[in-house]
Design a protein around this ligand. Structure first.
Ligand code: ADP
Ligand code: ADP
Length: 229
């Protein structure tokens, strides 16, 4: 059961001097419940790959599949709906909306999927409780600690029960202890809900805990044994 896949994926940015591809001909298949780490030096193309997998950017070659659908064949509106339903995103910086409370931030993706306020509120509360923020529902991001903000961002990524969470350095901005807590939380949700995880990270210790470790290097994605990562 593939949840996210890429076939012959390539990206060359139009602007900028050399126009050499960031990568070309990448293949990737992420199965339901699988956890995958993506390592690579700064500038290797990790963010680009994640943006393409999430349908936030368009590949210049190849295809991305999400939940069995070819992203390139969808209209913008269809792609937006698929993204909101099937994928969750967690970034290095939380991207929570500053004017809204933690509860409202987590409710938003549920409301966007067409559910009503009572349903959205119930699901958002329950998830915020499960990430240990039951006592912070009415706090705005500015009133939360860095770790609390990132846990709220994880709750927001998971509230629509996505098939896969795409994380771009999701713990990169946290101290070691808080990073470990947020990471464990994502692993717990993977175990409980079979949510696949694709996490860009430079933390090899965390990467080793995932099922597969891939390294993006000179435009190629190579699989390395987690134990040796
Ligand atoms: P990483 O996430 O591994 O650090 P990125 O995917 O951010 O790498 O970047 C890969 C390469 O593509 C870098 O050389 C970067 O400068 C370039 N790049 C990224 N985004 C753009 C963009 N929007 N326009 C032009 N070049 C870009
Ligand atoms: P993040 O820290 O969220 O991974 P980046 O720092 O890689 O993001 O990039 C921030 C933004 O700048 C992104 O929209 C990315 O596409 C763009 N970008 C990155 N590198 C370049 C570049 N060389 N030229 C133009 N835009 C870039």
């Amino acid at each position: 059961d593939e949840v996210v896949g890429a076939v012959g994926l390539g990206k060359t940015y139009a602007e900028g001097g050399m126009r050499t591809p960031v990568f070309d001909g990448l293949d990737l298949s992420v199965l339901a419940g699988e956890t995958v780490a993506i390592l690579g030096a700064s500038g290797a193309g990790k963010s680009t790959l994640l943006h393409l997998l999430g349908g936030l950017d368009t590949p210049t070659a190849g295809e991305v599949f999400v939940a069995g659908q070819r992203m390139g064949s969808l209209s913008d509106a269809e792609r937006g709906r698929l993204r909101n339903r099937a994928l969750g995103f967690v970034y290095q910086f939380h991207h929570l909306l500053p004017e809204f409370t933690a509860l409202e931030n987590v409710m938003l993706p549920v409301l966007l999927s067409g559910a009503g306020v009572p349903d959205a509120s119930r699901r958002a509360r329950s998830l915020l409780e499960s990430v240990g923020l039951g006592h912070r529902l009415e706090h705005k991001p500015g009133e939360l600690s860095g770790g609390e903000r990132q846990r709220a961002a994880v709750a927001r990524a998971l509230v629509n029960r996505p098939a896969c969470v795409l994380g771009d350095e999701p713990t990169g901005n946290l101290d070691e202890k808080t990073a470990a807590t947020v990471f464990e939380l994502m692993l717990e949700l993977n175990r409980a809900e079979r949510t696949s995880l694709v996490l860009v990270t430079h933390d090899r210790r965390l990467a080793r805990r995932l099922d597969r470790v891939l390294e993006l290097h000179e435009g190629k994605l190579r699989e390395i044994a987690p134990a040796t990562a």
